[in-house]
Design a binder for this molecule. Structure first.
Ligand code: HEC
Length: 101
């Protein structure tokens, strides 16, 4: 029992940062249009991560798109500007999206 609890605690410590960013994405309304592993209104975050894998400037580029919105990369539907997100939050969200596999 004690061992199980320790394992659980270790697992939670590893998972916590990722969960915090999911909570941020949820609180910023991103998950109204996106899911991690399936297309909703916008592309799934796994698809986004796969598309930009290996591109060094991807996090900056996506952070700026998250704030300003834009269209034409994934289809005809535009992403509206997300004015509720500041630069630091956008960078954090972009980094988190790019880490989805
Ligand atoms: C109203 C729906 C909607 C909301 C809310 C929304 N998105 Fe999007 N998102 C989209 C659509 C549609 C696209 C595809 C745009 C395109 O094809 O260029 C997209 C694209 C993206 C991309 C990929 C951009 C690219 O150029 O490849 C990322 C990353 C992203 N969204 C993150 C976010 C984050 C983070 C939030 C929350 C702050 C968010 N989105 C909120 C609809 C939305």
């Amino acid at each position: 029992m004690k061992r199980t609890l320790l394992t659980l605690a270790a697992a939670l410590t590893v998972a916590a940062p990722a969960m915090a960013d999911l909570a941020l994405a949820t609180s910023k309304n991103c998950m109204a249009c996106h899911a991690v592993d399936k297309k909703v209104v916008g592309p799934s975050y796994k698809d986004v991560a796969a598309k930009y894998a290996g591109q060094k400037d991807a996090a900056d580029k996506l952070a700026s798109k998250i704030i300003k919105g834009g269209s034409g990369v994934w289809g005809p539907v535009p992403m509206p500007a997300n004015a509720q997100v500041n630069e630091a939050e956008a960078k954090k969200l972009a980094t988190w999206v790019l880490a989805q596999k």
